[in-house]
Design a binder for this molecule. Structure first.
Ligand code: PBG
Length: 320
């Protein structure tokens, strides 16, 4: 009789036939950095995650590196916001300072920076609005380029545009190359959906749109073919790697992208996914270690090469 249970009988045998295992080198820890010290506090909806000062972010990066996490993704919370998000392209801005700080302390750490305007605009949209109240695609790209150059000048390894404007990858690539930053990679948010699961992040980053929502630029959750089209365009435009976001509710998109394209695929296990699990774990409704392990292996099984997750540090502390 054929008995598949033979290969599940002992831990050693299960280990031999295990098909996927996340590796600490695949994990990226997001880090929030606040320009004002008074903003550097815990995030209530994301237990275990805090907003750091620049010095705090460098200290956090050191801890991560010691645990084997060699990549971080930075998100800035500036002291001032305006309609154009001009604090984003300030060479002395909070993200630029943090990039320099981490690269000086840990030259081997891969430093990635989210590239978007929503944390820097007073209206909370990802770029300046036109007279119809829509985000202006071309003006937004101009701002992203300015910011990307300041990040690259500061020594960032990877920029991660998360705005979903059309044509931004080509424009950013061109601008970086023209400035001599040919080695700065673009990890594009290729398929970023207009999701309810960003709620805790917007609390953390203070980036909730003051009017309307992001459905005019982020993708409609029911669409798969559109995601593949977006990703194909991003690759054509020069993206080095492509991210799907959110993660758990979109594992089918990760798999479809993995099967369709040869570039590295990243997935972003977003704030709401983290908050849901943490809330259930805090209530004693889930076994935390097992639930987190099962979550991270799901991304790898779906075909992701890179997993951006708020769980990276705790996972590495247990397994790294
Ligand atoms: C936008 C951005 C968002 C996230 C990352 N980059 C939020 C949004 O589009 O509203 C969400 C990440 C998360 O929820 O963890 N710059």
């Amino acid at each position: 009789m054929i008995r598949p249970r033979r290969l599940r009988r002992t831990a050693a045998i299960r280990g031999l036939v295990r098909e996927h295992r996340p590796h600490v080198e695949q994990l990226v820890q997001p880090i929030f950095v606040a320009e004002r010290a008074e903003d550097a506090v815990a995030i209530t909806s994301m237990p275990g995650i805090a907003r750091h000062t620049v010095e705090g972010a460098v200290a956090e990066a050191r801890e991560l590196f010691a645990l084997g996490i060699k990549s971080v993704m930075l998100f800035g919370i500036p002291a001032s916001k305006d309609a154009e998000g001009s604090s984003n392209y300030d060479p002395q801005g909070v993200v630029q300072q943090t990039i320099r700080g981490i690269k000086a302390a840990l030259p081997e750490m891969a430093v990635m920076a989210d590239l978007c305007n929503c944390e820097y605009t007073d209206h909370g949209h990802c770029g300046p609005l036109n007279e119809r109240g829509e985000v202006d695609n071309e003006r937004t790209i101009e701002l992203l380029i300015r910011t990307a150059i300041t990040y690259a000048d500061a020594g960032v390894d990877v920029v991660a545009p998360s705005d979903m404007m059309d044509g931004r990858v080509e424009a950013i690539r061109h601008a970086l190359d023209a400035r001599g930053h040919t080695g700065t990679a673009i990890l594009v948010h290729g398929a970023k959906y207009a999701s309810a699961f960003y709620g805790p992040f917007r609390e953390a980053a203070g980036s909730t749109p003051q009017t309307g929502d992001r459905r005019g630029y982020q993708m409609d959750p029911p669409n798969v073919r559109e995601a593949l089209r977006e990703i194909a365009l991003d690759i054509e435009e020069g993206a080095d790697a492509v991210m799907i976001k959110p993660g758990l509710p979109y594992l089918d998109i990760v798999r479809a992208a993995r099967d369709a394209f040869d570039v590295p695929i990243a997935v972003y296990n977003v704030s709401g996914e983290y908050a849901m699990l943490k809330a259930a774990i805090a209530n004693g409704w889930l076994d935390g270690d097992r639930a987190v392990d099962e979550t991270l292996v799901a991304f790898v099984r779906a075909g992701a090469d890179i997993v951006v997750t708020y769980f990276a540090k705790e996972w590495a502390a247990r397994h790294g």
